[in-house]
Design a protein around this ligand. Structure first.
Ligand SMILES: O=P(O)(O)OC[C@H]1O[C@H](OP(=O)(O)OP(=O)(O)O)[C@H](O)[C@@H]1O
Ligand SMILES: O=c1cc[nH]c(=O)[nH]1
Ligand SMILES: [Mg+2]
Length: 230
């Protein structure tokens, strides 16, 4: 209280940021998700499904992610306005090994100009605790870097939260990130929402939950094993 002085109370509406989770209603995404879920799909077809999911989810995710430059182009007839993807803007893709590799061919078909840094993470099958066995990230990123994380399964959220910690401590702005996932569980989305509300997740579906072994239900099983036939 400031006695004796006129006081003006401003009510500023709090713009609370909320995690945005996009589930594009595209028939191709539904189709390839069904193939990936099917227990009888062999690894070669499973990889094709993951490639296609990576492609179409990245297509959706990059609508407002790319920066562009406005210029003109000379057609055979005349000059006209033209928009190009800005080649100067730093763009990065991080696949989370192993399963994140399965989306890469599709992701890179949409964003061929990105640098790729690998991160190897594995869950302990008993404790579900995550550990990092390969880290090829640079010490720091340009704060303007636009970054895609390729992580098909968001289950307990342990892996993606450990990944986010590695990225943000190197200067990545979660608001410039997109996570490309295939199946997301509410538990992982809840954790991301609490810590990184400016983030955007693109996924083929949000499933109902996890079983007692930490697998997403109905899910698609172990994405890494199904990709590599192990
Ligand atoms: O949200 P979480 O509970 O952390 O689970 C998700 C992680 O689990 C799987 O990795 P896994 O440990 O099976 O390694 P892999 O990709 O090599 O199979 C999957 O590929 C994710 O990275
Ligand atoms: O269902 C799950 C959960 C974590 N990782 C997978 O590969 N599948
Ligand atoms: Mg696995």
């Amino acid at each position: 209280m400031m006695e004796g002085k006129s006081r003006i109370w401003l009510t500023i509406p709090l713009m609370t940021l909320q995690l945005r989770v996009y589930v594009p209603p595209h028939p191709l995404i539904k189709h390839w998700l069904a193939i990936a879920r099917d227990v009888s799909t062999p690894p070669a077809l499973f990889r094709s499904a993951m490639t296609e999911l990576g492609r179409w989810l990245t297509y959706e995710a990059t609508r407002d992610w790319f920066t562009t430059v406005e210029t003109t182009v000379q057609t055979p007839l005349c000059e006209c306005p033209a928009t190009y993807i800005n080649p100067e803007a730093p763009m990065v893709v991080i696949p989370i090994l192993r399963a994140g590799l399965a989306l890469m061919e599709g992701i890179q078909s949409v964003v061929p100009l990105t640098s790729v840094y690998h991160l190897g993470m594995v869950r302990d099958e008993e404790t579900l605790q995550v550990s990092c066995y390969l880290n090829k990230l640079p010490d720091s990123f340009d704060p303007q870097t636009r970054l895609i994380v390729s992580e098909p399964m968001l289950a307990t959220g342990g892996t993606i939260m450990a990944t986010m910690a590695e990225l943000t401590k190197r200067g990545i702005d979660p608001g410039l990130m997109r996570i490309i996932s295939v199946i997301a569980a509410p538990q992982a989305l809840q954790s991301l929402s609490q810590e990184y509300p400016s983030l955007q997740v693109y996924t083929a579906i949000i499933d109902q939950g996890l079983d007692e072994r930490g697998f997403i239900v109905p899910g698609l099983g172990d994405a890494g094993d199904r990709t590599f036939g192990t």
